[in-house]
Write a protein that binds this ligand. Structure first.
Ligand code: PLP
Length: 442
């Protein structure tokens, strides 16, 4: 038997309350806390709060804690790197783990072309750099992105983001020459409403509507796409979708940028989600799970594209030596130990959630790949009217029972545990979700 989940004091306990009060008093008001978890430590998929409650984690700090909360191999790599030197700017000097990580990522990225790598501090900084690189290498200004997309919070990334309007409210003007088109969201498709015969109108309309009427494809630098939308609701597009975008890009000399900040590094059961489509992105972006929690991101681009001159782009901290060590250790653990397990555990989780869908009519849609599973709630299955209150209440209730969850999109739940979970963790999470939904629908 595992010693978690285990609630000994109803959270937030006394120690947690003091910290919540302090942080709420002094920290920016923009942090959208869902529930008052105050973490003290973690191990594997277990998180312990300051009052001794132990939680089973099914959100991994937004899909970041890929190897769990302190994998021994990752922690050891970090400690060894930290003991040697904490910083030397990778823009100006050389060091072994920087070189090794660039080589590793270049070799890991899908497709036969030679690649080069730029290391950043975060996902949004990788997006930002990719916007610059796409414009620089094509000499074209326009960028196409999708409704429901999340590409980060800095101005370039935010200009591509179209997931929740609160993320954009009050921040205009955005980057010019950004065009949003509908994503391949089968359950809420603007064109075919996810009917069995999907003719991928969501892709052909880019040609027939956007390029025919509003935007010259010859002035389009790139299409930015999440192979599975993350923040937008863990939305899996129809099979062949990213491949169809690849073909569209090829017809017009447009770069295809796959933002795998959330879905990459093994989460879907392959190292990169774009591998499922058998395509080669021109630029692939990584961050979140790459460093197991240490801040690191990457722009992995075809060598033919990443040819900007010295000084064109840089970063003081990007590719910090401690973060590079964490990323190399993470990739070791993911490749050797975790990737072989993810499909099996993902199938178990998906099957379990599908059983819950049969039991609870409020679950309108279940979708996902590997350990990246979205559960969308509706008021009525016939109308598919979103039911945002349900995931909200579910997340809150699960927390009180020792399960950490996170919403996504308007009315969905994202299941994204650390990739180290086992069968009993999956079953325990499903049991708590079942219990909560039973209480909520009584
Ligand atoms: C989280 C996320 C980002 C932004 O990453 P940060 O590290 O928070 O800046 C960009 N793209 C996708 C797909 C993400 O999920």
């Amino acid at each position: 038997m595992k010693d978690y989940p285990r609630i000994v004091v109803p959270p937030p306990g006394p120690k947690a309350r003091a910290i919540v009060e302090c942080q709420d008093r002094w920290a920016s008001t923009s942090y959208p806390k869902e529930y008052p978890l105050v973490i003290a430590r973690g191990a594997g998929a277990m998180v312990e709060d300051v009052d001794g409650n132990r939680y089973l984690d099914f959100m991994a700090g937004i899909a970041v804690a890929s190897t769990g909360y302190g994998h021994p191999k990752v922690v050891q790599a970090i400690q060894e790197a930290a003991a040697r030197f904490l910083h030397i700017c990778g823009s100006d000097f050389y060091f072994e783990s920087f070189a090794a990580l660039c080589e590793r990522l270049a070799r890991l990225a899908p497709g036969p072309s030679k690649k080069r790598v730029f290391l950043s501090n975060s996902g949004t900084e990788a997006v930002e750099g990719a916007i610059k690189l796409a414009r620089h290498s094509t000499g074209r200004p326009a960028i196409v992105a999708f409704t429901g997309a999340f590409h980060g919070r800095t101005y370039g990334g935010l200009s591509l983001t179209a997931s929740k309007s609160v993320q954009r409210a009050g921040f205009a003007p955005f980057l010019p020459e950004v065009y949003h088109v509908p994503y391949g969201y089968r359950y809420r498709c603007d064109f075919c409403r996810g009917e069995a015969a999907c003719s991928m109108r969501c892709v052909s309309s880019i040609e027939d509507d956007l390029f025919a009427k509003r935007l010259d494809p010859k002035s389009t630098a790139a299409i930015f796409v999440e192979p599975i939308q993350g923040e937008g609701g863990y939305v899996v597009p129809p099979p062949g979708y990213v491949k169809a975008l690849r073909e569209l890009c090829d017809r017009h000399g447009i770069l295809l940028v796959c933002d795998e900040v959330q879905c990459g590094v093994g989460r879907t059961g392959k190292m990169w989600a774009s591998e499922y489509e058998g395509i080669e992105p021109d630029i692939l972006l990584s961050a979140k799970g790459l460093g197991s929690g240490m801040p690191i991101g990457a722009i992995i681009a075809k060598e033919s594209i990443m040819k900007w001159q010295p000084g064109a782009h840089g970063s003081t901290f990007g590719g910090n030596p401690v973060c590079c060590a964490a990323a190399l250790a993470t990739l070791d653990v993911v490749e050797r130990d975790l990737l072989p397990r993810v499909p099996r555990l993902g199938e178990r989780l998906l099957a379990g959630v599908t059983r819950l869908q049969q039991k609870y009519p409020s679950i309108g849609d279940v979708r996902g790949r590997g350990l990246m599973i979205g559960v969308e709630f509706v008021k009525d299955r016939a109308t598919r009217e979103p039911a945002p209150d349900i995931p909200h209440a579910l997340v809150e209730r699960a927390f009180r029972k020792g399960l950490l969850l996170l919403g996504a999109g308007k009315s969905a739940l994202r299941l994204a545990p650390p990739l180290v979970v086992d069968e009993s963790d999956v079953d325990a999470a499903l049991a708590i979700i079942d219990e909560c939904l039973g209480e909520l629908t009584d």
